[in-house]
Design a protein around this ligand. Sequence first.
Ligand SMILES: *Cc1c(COP(=O)(O)O)cnc(C)c1O
Length: 235
Amino acid sequence: MLLAENLAAVQSRIAAACGRSGRDPAEVTLLAVSKNHPAEAVAEAVGLGLTTFGENRVQEAKAKIPLSPSRARWHFIGHLQSNKARDAVALFGTIESVDSLALAEELQKQAEKQAKTLQVLLEVNVSGESSKFGWVPDRLMESLGAFDALPRLELHGLMTIAPYATDAENVRPVFRRLRELRDRCADRLGAPLPVLSMGMSGDLEVAIEEGSTIVRVGTALFGPRPKGVRGTAEE
Ligand SMILES: *Cc1c(COP(=O)(O)O)cnc(C)c1O
């Protein structure tokens, strides 16, 4: 089976990168990015032991999640507009792509209404590409204090999407900067921020070497997506 083979290959890439950097593979969550693939693919992946899935569009997730095994855990990884926050809170346990205070406040409001606690990561635009969503690092440092007033959001760490690179080595500084920013944010908060979501099909080794705890992998598991979307799809 193709997915089984792909999964074995991805797991051995993760293990090799952990080996090189003296890390325990159990520290790295493989987030299976199922966007543009049907619920059947999710069911097959759950059958192979995958537990955590990523989607980048609320509409697609709303159709897919109810058809998927209930033990699957879901992370939202796309740009989220405030008017979709209610559905996102209902569907996802983790929002990795919180990219503004306005969105965080809306998520807090919806989580309060739904009596839920939401795990969140803050998406950082480390590379400063204008096509990317996410916090500018300085602005993030200034805004951190505001999260004290959002008790329904559990701030676990940071997420970034590296620029596309044919040689993953070229994006190592992006991953390193995210880790350093995480350390500064944790200092400022006086609380650990253990999660770093960084690394995708093409660059997961470098991300793990730089401290990633979640690699978000689509293509290397499920094959090419029908639509050639990468990381910047808008809701
Ligand atoms: C699509 C997507 C991924 C997965 O990308 P692949 O290159 O297919 O592994 C990871 N992160 C985000 C935010 C995405 O939108």
